[in-house]
Design a protein around this ligand. Structure first.
Ligand code: CA
Length: 465
């Protein structure tokens, strides 16, 4: 088979439950739904560290963060590492990355493996952003989501039609502070967006970490987030509802612009006769709490944050309108793209190609559990460092923070705590079963599996870190 073109569209903090192809209760995403309807939707795609920079490093390098060393927001990617774009470029692909990079600048941290790159510095701005084009800073006029799409279309139009391409179109949206463009500013103005089931979570029956997190809609959103002062005279419940509406509407307005702009890219592929030969992926670096558990933000290993949307279309090899519930991870993307390009997968890549799943086959030994680690103890939103295991049914989380302090690595320890959730009986993760004697045997089994998996990927338990 001919080597496919690859259009990889990555957004920032777009949760699957804000996409209509995933059954969103709060918005419609007709353009994204085209990808799902004409391709495959994955319902169990997970990140291995629910935060921007580390997830992006895992996507590019096919490795966990303790291997690629991008464990936090302030640990830039060393571009001398092997990445899948480099391997595609060496094999004759034309390669480009346009939009959010967030893996460092200068030295060895600028994008490598790309014929063309034009990226936002750091988080970048929504309006009139500065961008760095092949090392040169330039000021642009317009809205980031539109501009990133314009630049992507320009690059596609100027490409060599004789060679396959990899285009990584990386939107800044819908990251905080959720600034919509004028076109979508009035969307949802006259309606109330439904609140999630766990909006009024009281954090009982959980480890202390949940109650300690400072990402509450009612308390931690700022006036910059909300774009106007809180009206006077509201009851506490009314104020929380008002803040949620302000937050979620701006978030969804940013998503609506992404949706329109994905449509522009899909239309271009149609018009240029490229649809059949192009593998299109839409995903996000991680999920997000959309008022779930009373929160915004991510970081926790809880479902809304752990789950990445992942929809993929490639008419030559993927049956339209299919849904897959197998477990895939962000570290698996690199191997999958190399597999489609007919290239060898480096031995040190830790992810596995899920091309068989896309062809409708499940390898007998396909993964049924995954390892996760969030490293930034109390760095943002008061979230405790933790690692854990997710199986098809259960989740085991260990907040390990105090042990690291014994080694002098943390100056603000918290008592270590465990959580166990039965996702089948408790899909919203409201009831920690870890200390329930009826689950003692399960705890033993899952702890052993966590240790096995942690060792297999080359990370270490806290007491050896
Ligand atoms: Ca992100």
């Amino acid at each position: 088979m001919k080597q496919p073109n690859i259009l990889f569209i990555l957004t920032d903090d777009h949760a699957a439950h804000a996409m209509s192809c995933y059954g969103s209760r709060i918005n419609q995403t007709p353009q994204l739904d085209r990808i799902a309807q004409e391709g495959m939707r994955f319902d169990n795609c997970f990140c291995t560290n629910s935060i921007c920079t580390p997830s992006r490093a895992s996507i590019l390098t096919g490795t966990y963060n303790h291997v690629n060393q991008v464990t936090t927001l302030s640990t830039p990617l060393d571009g001398r590492q092997v990445t899948f774009p480099k391997l595609l470029q060496a094999a004759g692909y034309q390669t480009a990355i346009i939009g959010k990079w967030h893996l460092g600048h200068g030295g060895h941290h600028d994008p490598t493996g790309f014929d063309y790159w034009n990226v936002l510095p750091g988080q970048g701005d929504y309006h009139n952003p500065e961008m760095i084009e092949l090392g040169q800073r330039k000021q642009y006029q317009g809205y980031a989501t539109d501009l990133i799409t314009d630049l992507s279309l320009d690059w596609l139009q100027a490409r060599d039609p004789e060679r396959p391409f990899l285009l990584m179109c990386h939107h800044k949206a819908p990251h905080r502070p959720w600034e919509p463009d004028d076109k979508h500013a009035a969307m949802y103005e006259d309606i109330d967006i439904p609140e999630p089931v766990t909006f009024n979570d009281d954090y009982s029956n959980r480890a202390a970490a949940a109650a300690a997190a400072t990402m509450r809609v009612e308390r931690d959103l700022t006036e910059r987030d909300l774009k106007q002062p809180v009206p006077e005279g509201l009851t506490p419940a009314e104020e929380k509802q008002w803040k949620y509406q302000r937050y979620i509407k701006d978030y969804l307005r940013c998503v609506a612009s992404v949706d329109d702009n994905v449509g522009r890219l899909l239309d271009y592929l149609d018009q240029a006769g490229l649809t059949e030969d192009t593998l299109v992926v839409y995903t996000s670096d991680q999920g997000f709490f959309l008022g779930d558990h009373g929160w915004y933000d991510k970081r926790f290993m809880y479902e809304e944050s752990l789950r990445m949307p992942f929809i993929i279309r490639y008419p030559r090899a993927i049956q339209a309108g299919t849904i897959n519930d197998q477990m895939i991870l962000n570290i698996d993307f690199a191997s999958t793209f190399l597999d489609y390009a007919g290239l060898p997968i480096p031995d040190h890549f830790q992810g596995r190609s899920f091309r068989p799943l896309l062809a409708g086959n499940r390898p007998a030994d396909w993964q049924t559990s995954m390892y996760y680690r969030y490293w930034m103890h109390l760095a943002h939103h008061g979230v405790y460092a933790h690692y854990g295991l997710r199986t098809l049914r259960y989740k085991l989380i260990y907040y390990y923070a105090d042990a690291l302090d014994q080694l002098g690595a943390l100056d603000d320890p918290r008592p270590p705590e465990w959580e166990l959730f039965d996702l089948q009986e408790d899909p919203y993760e409201l009831n920690n079963l870890y200390h329930d004697p009826a689950h003692a045997e399960l705890v033993t089994e899952l702890t052993a599996e966590l240790e096995r998996l942690q060792g297999q990927v080359g990370d270490r338990p806290y007491h050896e870190t």
